[in-house]
Design a protein around this ligand. Structure first.
Ligand SMILES: *[C@@H]1O[C@H](CO)[C@@H](O)[C@H](O)[C@H]1NC(C)=O
Ligand SMILES: *[C@@H]1O[C@H](CO)[C@@H](O)[C@H](O)[C@H]1NC(C)=O
Ligand SMILES: *[C@@H]1O[C@H](CO)[C@@H](O)[C@H](O)[C@H]1NC(C)=O
Length: 389
């Protein structure tokens, strides 16, 4: 499954001024006191994992009313990043499971009957995220001598969903490393939702989060958290805004000068690209450890525009074997593109000007979230890191 774009925007959202709360609602958010939101339903289910003591819990919030196109003003209590969207930001109450080590997380937007709501239902899930701002990790990366690094390499989000199907994975499938995201008893959790409803009528929606976890922090478990490997960490091009050089169809974006600053394991790695991307590789000391490939087409990802078939990214493959790294190891990522083979939205004619394609192109465009609408490429690796200490 894909690692969602939201993961990549969140550090920016949090560090920057992009989280714009309505003044009347700024109390009670970010765990600063005030009303906390309780779940509608919390269900314990059998774990799907073959891990000792693993449990699964499904947590449902809602209903939330998302404004339709005939409703003039946004509902919700936070400013949406999309001009037509509805956004909520809430502190999460103590009913949310805590003192648990999360192994995997999955979040969806659903209707009342518990069915996933998608673009074909007119719902674009810009992001639905749970994060703990106090639980921020120092970057495990550093830069080669003489290079200045960015400090935005870690992401305090632990559970998230978006229109792209997403999953957060804190454990290696290989089973040789025990790791998970530990949520303690007192961590303050914030939930943010930003949805766009392309239907005329307002829609009632729910969010459903499933956590696979083990209770407490069992002996032998190491912490794990999401990091972003961006080619720009140590001075290369920024992976969130790559543009094809003029007149060139095939090109690569390479990182430079990234070093590990602490020993541990990558337990799950997955590239993130927009249409036009072919693959992203991750190397440790010149050895390829993950080749994350962009897969195109299939149901919901194939369209005919002006008589031409247009396929969009369906999935980016991931790697779930533990990758061991030592302090000082050289980390390298290379993203490869072919914008002739995989035209980006603008080249495919999907950018706004094709009526029915409008919402699809908006949803396909990570950039639309900033109301920019530029057909940029992405070159990022989500890397779930588990330090040895
Ligand atoms: C579950 O894990 C145990 C211990 O790691 C292993 O021996 C067993 O084959 C696994 N079972 C399945 C169904 O994968
Ligand atoms: C719990 O975690 C939060 C960060 O999420 C931290 O600020 C707090 O000190 C921790 N509390 C304990 C008792 O470990
Ligand atoms: C990136 O690396 C590849 C392989 O070494 C090379 O062919 C390409 O020219 C590099 N691209 C840039 C922009 O440096």
């Amino acid at each position: 499954m894909k690692t969602s774009v939201i993961a990549f925007w969140l550090p920016l959202l949090i560090d920057g001024s992009v989280i714009r709360l309505e003044p009347r609602q700024s109390v009670g958010i970010l765990g600063q006191g005030g009303p906390m939101k309780k779940a509608l339903k919390i269900e314990q289910l059998p774990s799907k994992l073959n891990v000792t003591d693993a449990k699964r819990v499904r947590i449902t919030y809602g209903p939330y009313i998302i404004k339709g196109t005939k409703t003039a003003k946004g509902l919700g209590n936070a400013r949406s990043m999309d001009s037509g969207g509805t956004s909520f930001a809430n502190g999460v109450d103590t009913d949310f499971p805590r003192d648990i080590t999360i192994l995997k997380a999955y979040t969806d937007v659903q209707n009342k009957a518990g069915k996933r709501m998608e673009l074909k239902d007119g719902i674009y899930n810009h992001h639905t995220v749970f994060f703990d701002l106090n639980n921020r990790h120092a970057s495990p990366y550093t830069c080669a001598a003489g290079k200045v690094g960015s400090k935005m390499a870690t992401v305090p989000v632990f559970a998230a969903g978006a229109t792209e199907t997403t999953v957060q994975v804190y454990m290696a499938s290989s089973g040789d490393v025990k790791s998970g995201y530990y949520l303690n008893k007192t961590g303050s959790i914030t939930n943010m939702i930003d949805l766009v409803n392309y239907n005329t009528e307002d829609q009632e929606v729910y969010t459903m989060t499933e956590l696979e976890y083990v209770p407490g922090k069992p002996a032998g478990y190491h912490d794990a958290y999401m990091t972003l490997i961006d080619p720009g960490i140590c001075g290369g091009p920024s992976g969130a805004a790559i543009h094809a050089p003029k007149g060139v169809n095939k090109f690569s974006i390479n990182s430079s000068d990234i070093l590990m600053n602490e020993p541990g394991h990558f337990v799950y790695t997955s590239g993130h690209m927009h249409d036009g991307g072919v693959n992203v590789i991750l190397k440790v000391n010149d050895e390829i450890k993950c080749d994350s490939k962009a897969l195109y087409g299939g149901e919901g990802h194939t369209t005919v525009v002006d008589g031409k078939t247009w396929q969009t990214i369906r999935e980016t493959t991931s790697c779930n074997q533990a990758i061991k790294v030592k302090k000082g190891d050289r980390i390298y990522m290379q993203a490869n593109y072919d914008v002739e083979l995989h035209p980006s939205r603008e080249m495919g004619g999907g950018h706004g000007g094709h009526g029915g394609m409008k919402w699809l192109s908006s949803a396909q465009a990570g950039s639309s979230m900033m109301d920019g609408g530029d057909a940029e490429q992405m070159a990022l690796f989500a890397a779930y890191f588990s330090p040895d200490n």
